[in-house]
Design a protein around this ligand. Sequence first.
Ligand code: FAD
Length: 428
Amino acid sequence: MNFQEANYWLTTVSMPSATPGDLPTRADVAIVGAGFTGLSAARTLAKRGITVTVLEANTVGSGASSRNGGMVLTGMKLDISTLASRYGIETAKRMYAASLASIDLVEQIVREENINCDFSRCGHLEVACKQSHFDSYARSAEVIAKEFNHQLRIVPRRDLPAEIGSVIYFGGMIDETSAGLTPTRYVAGLAQAALRAGATIYENARALKINRGPGGDFQIETTRGNILAGDVFIATSGYTSSTTPALQKKIIPIGSFIITTERLADSLACELSPRNRMIYDSKHYLHYYRLTPDNRMLFGGRAAFFPETKSTVQRSAEILRRGMIKVFPQLKDTKIEFAWGGTLDFCFDTMPHAGQNDGMYYALGYAGHGVAMATYLGTKIAEKIGGGSDEIPFAGIPFPGAPLRLYNGKPWFLPFAGAYYKVLDWIS
Ligand SMILES: Cc1cc2nc3c(=O)[nH]c(=O)nc-3n(C[C@H](O)[C@H](O)[C@H](O)COP(=O)(O)OP(=O)(O)OC[C@H]3O[C@@H](n4cnc5c(N)ncnc54)[C@H](O)[C@@H]3O)c2cc1C
């Protein structure tokens, strides 16, 4: 198969120029990582007059924030019944409310900062790969309506053609609150907003060591020199490294991959996705897909479990193309133009977490649901650093490490986890 091993979204925007020159000697707050989490935090802090410097190992948005599907989704990776049984119904309600508020926040930032990122409340469609999956939708929708006062719509199989041009599914469930955007344009807009508000952003500035200095400040050694900071916010998600060993041991970096086709004729695009929804299926080893604003089919999944390399992207592109044709045989002769990958950040409990560790703030663990939640937790942690007292529902929950501590940050068990989830998809 002939395609560019490159991120299609990067063709849609030029990233803003970062701050030129040397690092300042000190900032009130240093943020490590220039993705949705770090940049939304930088914007919030700078707007409050706090001096803030973002340290980015590569370039603005070069992590998952430029590589994702652009699906701005309600809910979290875990379903509502798991959340309620694990944390109790009241905490689950606050978490769900936070997921809805996170989408409102993205919309508000896009409007306030005038970010041209194709944000649209197009809704999402979850499609059932088995009859039993479809049967569970009615129960979920009922609980969500009763406990969370949020309406989802069930789509029986006979009505699916109005939603999707595929015959392989057993029905669907729609949430009209979800949205879609172009992630590179959004992350570029967040960076511009942070810079406008007075934040500084340094690229190719990898934080190597972070220690507490004698005067109480943190001393951060980077590949571009050293900086002192009163507070540090770690916003490194799936790219968390041995710079913060305690966090690295709590994050499992998992690869996710995407292909995009050539541009489709309007009639074909409309046949495949008549309402232009953000779509994903009901499997653990799931596929997610959508049309891009210029009518390409963007089709993603965890085709290889290991993070992005030349070989995992190549292998994943083939697997994803086969998956796409199973869903949409109409695309069997359509050219694949781009394929790329990125790294997701899963915690051992599949939950987002935000709080403080070794005196440093962090927010991560989005598990593939990070476009809105990273914006939200980045903003909320920044408000906390700035003196705010809002409760963050993901801050008080236990943050487990690996069972039996059998993990040093190198995920040797991914092939076994991959096999386990494939079996689970087969039997459940
Ligand atoms: C292929 C793919 C598809 C996805 N699709 C969706 C989707 O459709 N919807 C959704 O909600 N979520 C999706 N996600 C998840 C979402 O993209 C992420 O949760 C979100 O972007 C996380 O943002 P972040 O700012 O926390 O992390 P990132 O954007 O990953 O940023 C972390 C940054 O930290 C930098 N960094 C790491 N270590 C250091 C260091 N020591 N010093 C300085 N900088 C450092 C990295 O270079 C990186 O730029 C997807 C993810 C992937 C990979």
